[in-house]
Design a protein around this ligand. Structure first.
Ligand code: NAP
Length: 486
C-alpha cells in the first residue's frame, strides 16, 4: 500500500468520546475530498447534536479529576504528544496535504508549528501562578489563584487543520480544562489523527472529545446553550464568529475569537526592496494564500512600486503549481470549487475596474481547484479585492505618497489582525507599528506566527490571544480569596 492510502486508511474515522471511537448516532457519514484531484478520500462519522451532547457529558465527567491532575503530569502529556508529532511529521504532513491541498513542504512546516504549541504549553502548565498581598489598609490579606475555566468548545477551520487545533488544545490541557473539538467539515482527518496521538501520549479519556460533523450549526448549537459549557474558542470567519458571540451571550460563556483578516503589506521607499519582495512571497503565498494572516493587499511607495511589482510578479510567476503531494510543488490547489470561484470573481472584478494583470490572473483547467499565482497592478480603490479577504494566491498592488496616506490605507478596513511593514528607518518603523490598528505587526518580515508569541486581532478580527504567555490565560479564571488576619 502506498503512503497516501496508508495514512488515510489508518485514521480513525469515528466520533471520539470518553476515550472511545463511536459511530455517529443515526450511523451516517460524510465524504472528505482531496482538493488536488477533486476525488473522494474516505468517509467520516457525521456527528449529530446527540453526539455533541455525549461529548460534553464526557468532558463534564472528566473535568474535576483532570483539574486536580498535577500540572507537571499535564505538561508531560503535552511534551510526549509534541515528541510523537515530531516523530511522525511525514505521515501527518501527507494526511494534511491530501485533505487540505497545501504542498508537503508546507504541511511539514505546519505539523512542526502545531507541535510547538504542545511543547510551549507543556512548559506553561507548571507556571500557573497566583498572588499574595497585604490589603492597602492592612489587616487582611488578598489571595488570588488561577483555576481552569471548565469544559470548553473548540471550533477550528480547514486552512490549518492541526495548528488551529493545537493552539487551543495545548493551553486548555495545560490549564486543566476538558474539551469538545469540532473540526472543519472539509479537513477532519488531521484532527482525528491528533486525538489518537494525544491518547497515546497519555491524555485521559474524556479530556478531549472530537465531533466531526457536516452540519456545524445544528450539531454544536445546543452545546452553546448548555449551562455546563464554560467557554467557546473559535477560529474562522467573522460572520460565524458573530453568530457564536450572540449564542455565547445567552449563556455568558467565556469567548475567544480568532476571525478573518485583510492584512496590508506596506513597502516604504527606504525599504530593502529585495527583502520586501522575499517577505511578500512568504506573506502572500504561505498556505496557497489561504491564511488569515496572508497579505491581502500591497501598498507600495510610488517611487519603488513598479520595481516591487515586477520583482514580485517574477517570483510568483515562477512558482510551481501542482498537487501538494507531487515533488517540487510550491502552490497546491485551493480548498474547493467555491473558494476557486470566489478568487476568480475578485480578480475579474478588479480587472473589470481597470487593474492590470502582471502575472497569472485565472483558474487553471483540469481536476482539482487550482488558481495561478497572480499579481495585479494599478488596482483601483473600488476593487473588492482590496476590502475583502481573497484567501488565494493573488497579490493586488497599489501605491501611496506619504506615510500618513500609507497608514490611512492600512487602517481603512474593518479587520485588524496583522500588518506587514518594510522600512529601514527605525523611527518610522516604530511610528507606523504604533499607528497600525492590528493585533500583530511584521516588521521587515513576512511571517509573524510563533508558538511563543501572542497571536490575535482587534476590530472585526476578534479578540483573545493564542500562544505566548497570554495563551493559557484564555483558559484560566482568577479566584480571589479575602483572608482575615484578625
Ligand atoms: P468558517 O466557515 O467560519 O468555519 C470555521 C469553523 O466553524 C468550521 O469548523 C465550521 O464548520 C464551523 N462553523 C460554521 N458555521 C458554524 C455555526 N453556525 N456554528 C458553529 N460552528 C460553525 O471559516 P472557514 O471558512 O473554515 O475558515 C476561514 C476563515 O477563518 C477565514 O476568514 C480566516 O481568516 C479565518 N481564520 C482566522 C484565523 C485567526 O487566527 N484569526 C486563523 C485561521 C483562519 P464547517 O466546516 O462544518 O462549516
Amino acid at each position: 500500500m502506498g503512503t497516501q492510502s496508508r495514512v488515510v486508511e489508518n485514521v480513525p474515522k469515528g466520533i471520539y468520546v470518553a476515550g472511545e471511537w463511536r459511530d455517529a448516532s443515526g450511523g451516517g457519514g460524510f465524504w472528505v475530498e482531496d482538493p488536488g484531484t477533486s476525488k473522494r478520500l474516505c468517509q467520516v462519522a457525521d456527528g449529530q447534536a446527540e453526539d455533541a451532547a455525549s461529548a460534553l457529558d464526557a468532558a463534564v465527567d472528566a473535568q474535576t479529576e483532570w483539574a486536580a491532575t498535577p500540572p507537571r503530569e499535564r505538561g508531560e502529556i503535552l511534551r510526549r504528544a509534541w515528541q510523537l508529532m515530531t516523530d511522525r511529521v511525514d505521515d501527518l504532513a501527507m494526511l494534511m496535504t491530501l485533505e487540505m491541498g497545501k504542498s508537503l513542504a508546507e504541511s511539514r512546516t505546519e505539523v512542526t508549528y502545531a507541535a510547538e504549541f504542545l511543547r510551549w504549553f507543556s512548559e506553561e502548565a507548571v507556571r500557573i501562578e497566583g498572588r499574595y498581598a497585604e490589603a492597602p489598609a492592612g489587616g487582611s490579606r488578598l489571595l488570588t489563584m488561577k483555576q481552569p475555566v471548565g469544559p470548553c468548545l473548540l471550533i477550528t477551520p480547514w486552512n490549518f487543520p492541526l495548528a488551529m487545533g493545537t493552539r487551543k488544545i495545548g493551553p486548555a490541557v495545560a490549564a486543566g480544562c476538558t474539551m469538545v473539538v469540532k473540526p472543519a467539515q472539509l479537513t477532519p482527518l488531521s484532527m482525528l489523527q491528533l486525538a489518537e496521538l494525544l491518547a497515546e501520549a497519555g491524555l485521559p479519556p474524556g479530556v478531549l472529545n472530537v465531533v466531526p460533523s457536516s452540519s456545524a450549526g445544528k450539531t454544536v448549537g445546543p452545546l452553546m446553550s448548555d449551562r455546563r459549557l464554560r467557554k467557546v474558542s473559535f477560529t474562522g470567519s467573522t460572520p460565524v464568529g458573530k453568530s457564536l458571540m450572540e449564542q455565547a451571550a445567552q449563556n455568558l460563556l467565556r469567548v475567544s475569537m480568532e476571525l478573518g483578516g485583510n492584512a496590508p503589506f506596506l513597502v516604504f521607499g527606504d525599504a530593502d526592496l529585495d527583502a520586501a519582495v522575499d517577505g511578500a512571497v512568504i506573506a502572500k503565498m504561505r498556505n496557497n494564500g489561504e491564511s488569515c494572516v496572508a497579505a491581502n493587499r500591497f501598498h507600495v511607495a510610488e517611487d519603488v512600486a513598479e520595481e516591487f511589482a515586477a520583482k514580485l510578479a517574477e517570483q510568483l510567476g515562477a512558482m510551481k503549481v501542482g498537487h501538494g503531494a507531487e515533488e517540487g510543488t510550491q502552490v497546491g490547489p485551493l480548498i474547493d470549487g467555491d473558494q476557486r470561484d470566489k478568487v476568480t470573481e475578485l480578480v475579474d472584478d478588479a480587472v473589470g475596474k481597470g487593474a492590470t494583470v502582471a502575472t497569472g490572473g485565472s483558474a487553471a483547467a483540469g481536476d482539482g481547484y487550482f488558481f495561478t499565482p497572480t499579481v495585479l497592478t494599478e488596482v483601483p480603490e473600488s476593487a473588492r479585492i482590496l476590502s475583502e479577504e481573497v484567501f488565494g494566491p493573488v497579490a493586488p498592488v497599489t501605491t501611496f505618497g506619504s506615510e500618513e496616506q500609507a497608514l490611512a490605507l492600512a487602517n481603512g478596513t474593518e479587520f485588524g489582525l496583522v500588518a506587514y511593514v518594510y522600512t529601514q528607518d527605525l523611527r518610522r518603523a516604530l511610528r507606523v507599528a504604533e499607528g497600525l490598528q492590528t493585533g500583530m505587526v511584521g516588521l521587515n518580515t513576512g511571517m509573524v506566527s510563533n508558538a511563543a508569541a501572542p497571536f490575535g486581532g482587534v476590530k472585526a478580527s476578534g479578540f483573545g490571544r493564542e500562544g505566548g504567555v497570554e495563551g493559557i490565560a484564555e483558559y484560566l479564571s482568577t479566584k480571589y480569596v479575602a483572608v482575615s488576619m484578625g
